[in-house]
Ligand binder design. Sequence first.
Ligand code: UDX
Length: 436
Amino acid sequence: MRMSVIGCGYLGAVHAAAMASIGHEVIGIDVDEGKVATLREGSAPFFEPRLDDLLRDGIASGRLRFSTRAADAAGAAVHFLAVGTPQIAGGHAADLRHVDAAIEALLPHLRRGDVVAGKSTVPVGTAERLSARVSATGAALAWNPEFLREGWAVHDTIEPDRIVVGTTADAGGETAAALLREAYGPAVERGVPFLVTDLATAELVKGAANAFLATKISFINAMSEIAEAAGADVAMLADALGHDDRIGRRYLGSGIGFGGGCLPKDIRAFAARAEELGRGESVGFLHEVDAINMRRRDRAVQLVVDALGGLVFGKRVAVLGAAFKPFSDDIRDSPALDVAVRLRGLGADVVVTDPAAVDNARAAHPQLSYAPERDTALREADAVVIVTEWDDYRRDLTPEHAGGLVRGRIVIDGRNCLDPGAWRAAGWTYHGMGRR
Ligand code: UDX
């Protein structure tokens, strides 16, 4: 099938490459010339495991192309909309500027029978508004939210756990559902649930999924606060809760909380839209979820200050991690970097390292010092703070090896990812978050 993907960021670039890998003929379109040039060379403009291979194969096969011209989308049967919806400046709502601009640029190139499939995360009601514009051309609008996780984006796109397609209740909607079923053919044939809903439900599925995941993380972090006060251990608590199938262990990882380009801004936009709909109280808990999450960063900083005897001024602190999560170079709303910046603000001599995100972090926070690799960061440190649970820190760093590099054997485990017993046995003072 011929398809276009408008917007080649974390979502669109992966989607375009993944669709080409299953046999479709794909044109990826983005207004950013630099990004398009990089993609054309077969390399990803950001760190995402497996994406380079997929891009290279797709381009070599001739099935994957990239362009800056919206006109090059003409002739595709399905146009996926994958532009960003950041948090609006000065408020909590989503900024739909890129969505509107992409639709306007696409409209002149749509033919009767084409399908525009929105993948961007938008406030409920957006699709219906856009549908009026799109259907005037004889094309149909569907909403097909994306649930991919950065770091697992290729896997999640090729092997999704469900495919949700919101359509209008008319012939255009039927065409859209049929075309999208074909677009996702291999996954549908493997039995991946293919759920056809109305437009509003499809939009809400995405918002609700992110709200639920964020709530789960903040729930365990709230328990972490209680555990800390009660002298209990939140990691053991999470393991015990997780054995209950109704609860499950995933997204019960406690620590400095969630960040990234999605969860924080999506729960805010979700709450802002609920307020517009007169249902603010229904998601009032999301403000609490947000507040618990932001408190985690304060708590991590406080733990470092306390561990260093109440004063970090002039102390060398090795911050292991800058990305908002492992297997990503994304530093958008990264709790890891936020902790580093706050410690620096208190006068600490902060050295940040990360296997993938140092360049992005340096561009955003040039005031911090950066080390290209872990051991350089650890050298002569008075305290070590783990804020992104890369394998390099969580699994491959032994307390004995680290102990040979640092000045002070103090470790603050901001992701509750280390074995406290092993670190203590090696002479370290270990501080987890809500752990004994
Ligand atoms: C998320 C959703 O998972 C995905 O479905 C949606 O499409 C986009 O937003 P992503 O932002 O890539 O994906 O990251 P995710 O793996 O969900 O992690 C989000 C944040 O939560 C990270 O900062 C991570 O460190 C944190 N997290 C995750 C926890 O603190 N504890 C956990 O148990 C899990």
